[in-house]
Design a protein around this ligand. Structure first.
Ligand code: B1M
Length: 234
């Protein structure tokens, strides 16, 4: 089907058909169609966050389910991830455009051995949108990479992401190293990723586990404000 015909079809669909169509297009890794769908929803007055959660993240959840069940394989999931990134690139400046006052600074990265970055990128985008300055270290970060970055950037928050049960324990390696160096309490440590939970966050000594990007923003705001108040009182 030609690109023009595709455009026509997508833009002719009402919202309740366009969104499921975008889930299908994400599943099929159709980046251009996803970009087109995002632009159509934005033109129709959808809030960027609604586009992100209902059209993109919900579609990726379906991809994740079929990957788990052995229906989709790595190459197909990579294409879906690429399509998702195309949509996210359009939303990023809009989410960052809220004009929120500067809330603080966060260094974030996916831990060593782990190359999943979609969730981390979403967290970065949402944090920027909420007024945080974000330094994104990318994927596969060893403890040295986190240490260099926090020394250089002096952030309020260190964020870590892990999507694999085999890589999530590495978060404890990073936190234990901060403790050994006597700098653990200089930073708010937030962790997230699909296989984590609150109990794990507590067990490794993080300040909080964040279920999703919106929770990460709320938690960051709350903990940074609390820290500022404590400093002001002392
Ligand atoms: Co991977 N993969 N993958 N994968 N992959 C999972 C994680 C898996 C659950 C799939 C499955 O089997 N159901 C499974 C892990 C199983 C386990 O550990 N128990 C898995 C596996 C096994 C693998 C490989 C080992 C497969 C293989 O090679 N045989 C391999 C590992 C590579 C490696 O890292 N060393 C692998 C590879 C890949 C791709 C490269 C193909 C691709 C990644 C592309 C990319 O990221 N650029 C991929 C993908 C896309 C997935 C799934 C399908 C989707 C992940 C995703 O992007 N979700 C995933 C299935 C799933 O999670 N259901 C899966 C959407 C994203 C918005 O959600 O990342 O959870 P999420 O982020 C959320 C929250 O978790 C939270 O906020 C985000 C936004 O709301 N959050 C944070 C995340 N990080 C945070 C940090 C914070 C705060 C909140 O800090 C403050």
């Amino acid at each position: 089907m030609s690109e023009q015909e595709d455009d026509l079809i997508l833009s002719d669909l009402p919202d309740e058909e366009l969104v499921p169509q975008m889930h299908d297009d994400l599943y099929d890794g159709l980046k251009e169609e996803i970009e087109e769908g995002v632009n159509i929803l934005l033109k129709r007055g959808w809030e960027p966050y609604k586009v992100l959660t209902e059209a993109l993240v919900a579609g990726m959840t379906i991809v994740g389910r079929d990957f788990r069940d052995g229906i989709l394989f790595v190459p197909e999931v990579l294409l879906a991830a690429n399509a998702m990134k195309g949509g996210m690139a359009i939303l990023k400046p809009l989410l960052a455009e809220t004009g929120a006052p500067r809330m603080g600074k966060m260094v974030i990265g996916t831990v060593k051995g782990d190359i999943h970055d979609i969730g981390k990128n979403l967290v970065s985008m949402m944090m920027e949108g909420a007024g945080f300055e974000v330094v994104d270290l990318g994927i596969n970060n060893a403890v040295e990479s986190y240490l260099e970055a926090i020394e250089r950037e002096q952030p309020d928050i260190l964020g870590m992401s892990a999507l694999l049960t085999t890589t999530m324990p590495y978060m404890k390696v990073v936190i234990d190293t901060l403790k050994e160096q006597g700098i653990r309490d200089d930073y708010i440590v937030l962790v997230g990723g699909a296989p984590l939970n609150e109990e794990f966050g507590r067990a490794i000594g993080a300040d909080a586990y964040c279920r999703d990007a919106a929770v990460a923003v709320d938690t960051a705001k709350e903990l940074v404000a609390r820290r500022h108040n404590q400093r002001a009182a002392s």
